[in-house]
Design a protein around this ligand. Structure first.
Ligand code: SF4
Ligand code: SF4
Length: 96
């Protein structure tokens, strides 16, 4: 049998909040720091849902005749604008 020179590390001595960034959710939402926001031209939108399909944070929401965005969680990446086949989405600067 191999004899250990040191006692095994006791993981129970590590506090649960040793790294608070990893264990405490940040209350900020992307809408708090986004620099650009998507705006839909309702006359151009044909409700094809391509923006909904590509949005990485799933913040595209369905409206009766177009698709819109949950601006609390939209991070302003612009993927929806690039993928919209009808050029219905424009990225505009957030007001200061
Ligand atoms: S991809 Fe463009 S046309 Fe299609 S639902 Fe979204 S905004 Fe409308
Ligand atoms: S800008 Fe990015 S996060 Fe916001 S709706 Fe478009 S794809 Fe989603």
């Amino acid at each position: 049998m191999i004899k250990q020179s040191k006692q095994p590390f006791d993981a129970s001595t590590i506090p649960n909040d040793l790294c608070p960034i990893a264990v405490k959710p940040n209350p900020m939402l992307p809408g708090d720091w986004r620099s650009l926001r998507p705006v839909v031209d309702r006359d151009k939108c044909v409700k094809c849902a391509v923006c909904w399909l590509y949005c990485p944070v799933q913040c595209v929401v369905e409206k009766p005749a177009w698709f819109d965005f949950d601006l609390a969680t939209c991070k302003g990446c612009g993927i929806c604008m690039r993928e919209c086949p009808h050029g219905a989405i424009t990225m505009v600067e957030e007001a200061a």
